[in-house]
Design a protein around this ligand. Structure first.
Ligand code: CDP
Ligand code: CDP
Length: 224
């Protein structure tokens, strides 16, 4: 059965979106698109060249001129800016702390959304982010809104990083809550559950359980 659908996965930071989206894509032989990495790569670039989020026209001009590429990598997806692999650089605390401010730029969002829609045009895509089910792919056949308590999400991130960034669990929880607040509160495509999305609270679910759940929703949909 070659019928392919698009799967949209949205939710707050640390809910497991990218981990799960990548594994679901692998299982189904779909293409995985991490839209957060696009906002992160743009943020990394703007910080590097000292372009402030308030200078929205400047931000947009630079974003339009940069070549942003997503590629499958060994452990997840690689993101390239003007040919440079910036994947290891976009998860820093500096980028974490600023990305939600750049992500409020309306022109920047339109630009990235257009790129994202192009990537999903031929179906067979698992895309994760904040506004995929509501704005980027409102016609996606399967929409998941993935959540977990903020405590659990902070704990997951903590385990993942060790103390590589010298952050305590409490600091991480604060950082995550602040990013959630900005993402939920912004005017343009805020983080919101689409009306037709399935809410999946993963607080007490391990990774294989979540993957299996979504894959089985997908198989029901495509009858395969
Ligand atoms: O992995 P994590 O959940 O921490 O974040 P991410 O998915 O890499 O996204 C980083 C930031 O980019 C989010 O906090 C949002 O501010 C922004 N973002 C967005 O506005 N819209 C998207 N579709 C994806 C990310
Ligand atoms: O992309 P998002 O920010 O939503 O989350 P993630 O980066 O995919 O997941 C954050 C961490 O939680 C990773 O270390 C995952 O391995 C872990 N995780 C988990 O422990 N249990 C789950 N059900 C999902 C993710």
């Amino acid at each position: 059965n070659n019928l392919k659908i698009n799967i949209a996965i949205d939710g707050p930071a640390g809910a497991g979106k990218s981990t799960i989206a990548r594994l679901v894509a692998k299982e189904l032989s779909y293409i995985y698109v991490d839209t957060g990495s696009m906002y992160r790569a743009v943020t990394w670039y703007m910080l590097k060249y000292g372009i402030k989020p308030e200078s929205s026209d400047e931000v947009l001009r630079h974003a339009r001129n940069m070549v942003l590429e997503l590629m499958p990598g060994a452990d997840g997806q690689k993101v390239l800016v003007n040919g440079q692999d910036v994947s290891p650089l976009i998860r820093s605390r500096e980028v974490n702390g600023m990305v939600s401010q750049y992500a409020q730029n309306e022109g920047l969002r339109e630009h990235l959304v257009a790129l994202q829609r192009e990537m999903a045009a031929r179906k067979g895509v698992v895309m994760d982010g904040r506004d995929i089910g509501t704005t980027v792919l409102p016609d996606a056949e399967l929409k998941i809104f993935m959540t977990a308590t903020v405590k659990e999400r902070a704990l997951r991130r903590f385990k993942e990083m060790g103390d590589a960034q010298g952050l305590t669990l409490e600091q991480l929880e604060k950082d995550i809550s602040e990013r959630d607040r900005l993402d939920e509160g912004r005017e343009i495509s805020p983080l919101r559950c689409a009306e037709d999305a399935i809410v999946l609270d993963t607080t007490n679910m391990d990774i294989p359980q979540v993957v299996e759940t979504i894959v089985s929703f997908c198989r029901t949909h495509t009858n395969s």
